[in-house]
Design a protein around this ligand. Structure first.
Ligand SMILES: [Zn+2]
Length: 626
């Protein structure tokens, strides 16, 4: 909830701010009579047509017709909202905004939370540079080629091992145990006793909000510890999916260059920053979200996706490009050499090599085509790639952009625009694209409108077992209550589909959706239930790595031979073309399994009086055990 400032507060902020001083932070201004002139920060020009008029407290560019007051200048150059710009300007003026900010009743809590995080940042930063204490983390980064300057710039820290060390350090800074626990710096131990430090023996990357307050942390181990990355848990004041690491520092250069570079890791961002590539943001260990796309869109219309050169990186890039396009940003995908991450390229091969790589970025549709060609390029592979592109097109809201991308797809895949438009229309109407004659026949059983595949409805290009139902006809018709198409469901195949998509989603989001719904679910095969239990362990241990890495790490100890065979079958689905909508597929599968579960219970005649929650508890579901 953004605060709404009164007109007099806004007038004060404007009156007391010297617009020339503010603009000067971005533009070199020369006095010319009663005005100041400079090169416009909003368009590229060689002769100055940008003018600041102190008497009017306004700026104007004759080259691109941009103009406004000091607040709009801050909004434009820093990519912030109106209230954020007011806050940024009010701070150095000591204008008290607390009366406005306090409207939000959690404001006091929020401040305390930030205070705790700032105290921890200071402690960890000091520890990082302390001779003995921070040596491990410091020499790890120095050895990898990171400069001292960039580490200081980003407030890199070292969380030492002892929980007592953190607690007493925080106490000295006025942060008591309760507040430290509230800010997720300390956690209660299961076994009682003193709380433990959430981050231990890790390099710390403070994650800041747009107004530069520390809202959370990422921590990386330097040796073989697990998980490799650990993030602060989401809270009312910290939401990984809505923040971008480094955005506080990079938003100005993003606004200036109208392009953002999106990377996956903290260290990738640092590596780029230290060679002067500053329009970079990183996701905080989760998949790129529409909210994050909207953040970027405040300042830029383009995003370059610079992910690791392995299969997971490729998938993440394709998925992110889909989200960017739907949010109205033009994505370019950069492909790094196999096995390299952005930091390897910058530090190992030099900044020129990185610029070269960035220049080679490819648009979404051509990239899908290239991928299809790389995996054989036969008709089927091409068709899947095209369907994926059309699935994205169907989700683009802006009709003009949708048409452009559609035309691009027609051109790249050598089909007519009309044909593709018709396909997109069907996608948008929520009908799954026909896969085969048998498939469409089965679908026509419904009344022609949406059938019962839940929220899915659009492309699922991996094209494995999402639609194996439709074998036997309706078993029972019980009027309006069971209006859904009741068919004999091949649960084993849905389970396979469900779990393979969970393992493919490195963000862990698909796993979390699954785990949140598990009470209402029964998995038929023991090996599937076994894997589900592993996912619970994954979550309980902090969900630091991707579910797949976690499962692979525990491969040998987690189950029997059948389990191992099952998991390896799921993971080898990796070789199938990229399916990006993991969470949607998972929701779809869950919906079908849950419906089936209920149906079975109804058939068994004990789905009547008791509540469903009670019911599922008393059932023999193997998953609720763990
Ligand atoms: Zn201009």
């Amino acid at each position: 909830m953004a605060p709404v400032f009164s007109p007099d507060i806004i007038a004060r902020v404007k009156d007391e701010t010297d617009i020339v001083e503010v603009v000067r932070q971005h533009v070199s201004l020369k006095p010319a009579g009663a005005v100041y002139k400079g090169l416009c920060p909003f368009h590229a020009e060689k002769t100055p047509s940008f003018i600041v008029t102190p008497a009017r407290q306004r700026y104007h560019c004759f080259g691109c017709a941009t103009g406004g007051d000091v607040i709009s200048f801050i909004m434009e150059t820093e990519g912030v909202t109106f209230p954020e710009a007011v806050e940024i300007l009010a701070r150095p003026l000591d204008i008290d905004l607390s009366a406005w900010l306090k409207d939000d009743e959690s404001e006091g809590e929020r401040r305390a939370y930030h205070r705790a995080n700032e105290a921890a940042t200071t402690l960890w930063r000091e520890a990082f540079w302390e001779d003995d204490l921070g040596r491990k983390g410091r020499s790890y980064l120095l050895d990898r080629g990171f400069t001292e300057k960039v580490m200081r710039e980003f407030d890199v820290g070292w969380a030492s091992g002892g929980s007592g060390w953190l607690e007493s350090g925080l106490a000295k800074a006025g942060v008591d145990r309760e507040l430290a626990i509230g800010a997720d710096l300390l956690r209660h131990s299961d076994r009682g006793g003193s709380p433990f430090a959430y981050f231990r023996n890790r390099i710390i990357f403070p994650i800041k909000s747009i107004s530069r307050q520390v809202t959370g942390f990422g921590g990386r181990v330097v040796d073989q510890g697990e998980p490799k990355y650990l993030n602060s848990a989401d809270s009312p004041f910290f939401s990984k999916g809505k923040l971008l690491y480094g955005f506080d520092a990079s938003r100005m250069s993003i606004a200036r260059e109208k392009t953002a570079i999106l990377v996956e890791g903290y260290l990738d961002l640092l590596a780029l920053a230290q060679v002067g590539i500053t329009n970079v943001v990183a996701t905080c260990g989760t998949a790129f979200t529409p909210d994050q796309a909207r953040l970027i869109k405040r300042g830029a219309r383009n995003v370059t996706l610079l992910f690791d050169g392995d299969k997971a990186g490729l998938k993440a890039a394709v998925r992110s490009a889909d989200i960017a396009l739907k949010a109205g940003i033009e994505p370019k995908i950069v492909r790094l050499p196999q096995g390299k991450d952005p930091a390897d390229v910058v530090i190992g091969d030099g900044v020129e090599a990185m610029h070269q790589v960035l220049r080679e970025g490819v648009g979404y549709v051509p990239f899908l085509k290239k991928l299809a060609e790389a995996s054989g390029g036969d008709r089927e592979v091409n068709e899947r790639a095209l369907r994926q592109a059309l699935g994205t097109v169907a989700g683009i809201e802006d009709p003009l952009r949708r048409e452009y991308v559609l035309q691009e797809a027609a051109e790249v895949f050598g089909l007519t625009t009309d044909l593709l438009r018709e396909e997109v229309r069907k996608e948008a109407a929520g009908r799954p694209a026909p896969r085969s004659a048998a498939g469409s026949a089965a679908r026509s059983v419904g009344n022609g409108k949406k059938n019962s595949t839940g929220p899915q409805g659009s492309v699922k290009p991996a094209g494995n077992s999402s639609g194996p139902d439709g074998k036997a006809p309706t078993r029972r018709r019980t009027g309006p209550v069971v209006r859904r198409q009741l068919t004999q469901v091949n649960t084993a195949s849905i389970e396979t589909d469900l779990l393979s998509h969970i393992l493919m989603d490195d963000s862990g989001e698909a796993a979390r959706i699954f785990l949140a719904e598990r009470d209402d679910l029964q998995l038929a095969r023991p090996e599937a239930a076994n894997l589900a239990a592993e996912l619970v362990v994954w979550q309980e241990q902090g969900a630091g790595s991707s579910p797949r890495d976690f499962v692979i790490d525990r491969w040998n100890t987690a189950g029997d031979g059948i389990y191992r065979g099952f998991v390896s079958q799921l993971i080898s689905k990796e070789d199938h073309p990229v399916s990006t909508d993991f969470t949607r597929v998972v929701q779809d599968c869950l919906g079908r399994l849950q419906a089936n579960f209920k149906r079975q219970k109804m058939a068994a005649g004990h789905y009547s009086v008791r509540s469903s929650a009670e019911d599922s508890k008393s059932d023999e579901s193997p998953t609720t055990e763990s």
